[in-house]
Design a protein. Sequence first.
Lengths: 168, 241
Amino acid sequence: MAISEDMHRVAHHLQQKAVAAAVNERDSYARSCYNRYYYSVYLECRQMLSGMDSSWASLSHAGYPALLGGKIKRNFQAERKKAFKNHDSDLVNIIDKANRSIAELQKIIIKANTTRVVADYEPDEKVDFVGADRFSLRSINVTEAHGWTNSVRTHCKTISSAWRQSNA
Amino acid sequence: MLSSVEVLNELEGKGIRPVGLPVQNPDKHDSYLIFLRLSYNKDGNAVPSKRKMDIALKHLESKGIEVNVALIDEKASDLDRAVAALLAEKFFASAQSSVFSLARGEGLISINLSEGVGDAEIAEMEQAVREFLKLLGISTLRFIFLTPRPAATTTAFIGMLRKHAPVSLDKLGQELVKAGFEQPTEAWMRRTLDRWRKKGVLYRRSDKRFVLTLAGLNQFGTKRNRTSPDITRALAAARQE
């Protein structure tokens, strides 16, 4: 079982605790829940990056979007050019899709991190509890946060698959 | 450094209205994080447009402030959940998970497949999602079907041959599986090797093992970093000695 999966379970547990908790406690549970959902995203990305290049395992989380949009994208561009020259249309197609996944992954990382920063550093901004089992922070619904790990895992799979194909 | 309120005023001056006040980025100096809600006009284009966002961000960059934007795209989130529900209902055993995203009116659906899902079922899945999203006004779609063991592309195949050369057909098949690729059929491997041999990329030795020719090495190029296939090969050769 991947460590990000464990973290996701902890986040989900905190989510359930938040909706069941007393009014004076639920805000703290909800904040911790967003923090853990972010951490699960980070661990999923870290696992992908360390599989692609072991030196990326120690990179700080703030550098992930830049690495994806910089070195990794440039590598794909160079490999796509080569694949096109060698008439490998399958690889061209795979890299095009991976580039789109890179853009989506960057969006999720930034969104998860921004939500985490609000949860951790803006205690005056209260979590908005809506209905019996849902809440949101700065318009980020917890249902969306719950989906981050799965989305990130799928995008990471697309990117690492393209990496494996072009760097075999 | 500009304050949160000043950054907000600058953004609003460029027609960008974030959700709440910009938040200072604790990991970076002179950096703010904002949430921005996306909506769609009747032509299906996102509002605010990417161009408008870029202009506002460049404007702040010229004042020494970096702004990272977290997009709130409720339409894409709703569609993501709807596609996941459709797949869970109709293809429970075949589709493990999915993710939908929307960019410039084009939808991208990535579907994680279970082991052994055939082409017919993949086509059925694609058709079902296409029909469903067409009803919701999304007709330009791209699909990514992620299999547990993808088939090696020509580049991966030649790359593996290069790393393990001189290599026999059997050994090459084993190495591909070891690297996480699907076991290719012998017929496919023979056809592929023959095609590249005729192009002068490969050479078949008298012991029926294959190597890349100089022309092949040049055509498939190399890299000047740790992922270089030539370095991997040199290290593997050293280990064998």
